[in-house]
Ligand binder design. Sequence first.
Ligand code: XMP
Length: 246
Amino acid sequence: MFESMFRRRILDNSLGKKSRIVLAFDEYGESNSVLERLNWVCEHLGEHLACIKIGYPTILSTGLSELRKIIFRFRDENLFMADVKMADVAHTNSLIARILYETGFDAVISHGFIGYKGGLEGVFKEAKELNRGVVIVVSMSHIGSTEFIDPNMEKLVQIALKHHADGAVAPATRTQVVKRVREIVGNKLLIFTPGVGAQGADYGSGISAGADFEIIGRSIMCSSNPVEAVLEVKKKHDRILSCRAC
Ligand code: XMP
């Protein structure tokens, strides 16, 4: 099986750091304080994280040029994923993806419901040219996902598979969806599961359902001791993974 650079790096990182955690960094507000916080995360939590996912609240607070400096400072030991959930036409997606990859992001998250032709193809084109990652949303953690997205989940997974995405995002809040995605993709896609912690699912519920990674934000970032919070999640994951191995 072809292994993209993002897939190889996140798996190596995960193995080396013994971590299934993708930290959702969504801090916002005054640019310098957000950048300082990100710097702190890279210095103090980075050794425990498989990847750092940065979302709109941060990108809109800091802009890209300062963010780029931090990403480049820490990118040898850390992976960065841009959570911009792209959903535009190919030309615009292509520009967005290129700008984010040039900022140093290793992967971008895109919606799959826009379809490939004239939509997702813009993202995949840039990813291929720059050898970076693409992760496709196939179901979301909020309940509204059951209105439009979930009825098409299997088709979204097929698009991700057909075009060699690196991974799929599926919700730890509905573990039956994660299990179904795993059944369909086997080991061809990495599965990332948001929804644990602040959104209500227990730590480990995504991993127990067959996901590779749990995306966790507020319950770590808002805790009084983020390092301890991360270590607690890792312990929970270790227990689940050792049971899985028996
Ligand atoms: P919390 O603070 O809820 O952060 O632990 C979760 C992070 O994940 C994002 N999120 C999603 N991303 N599909 C996605 O691609 C989803 O279904 C989904 N649900 C939450 C959220 O924006 C935050 O960064």
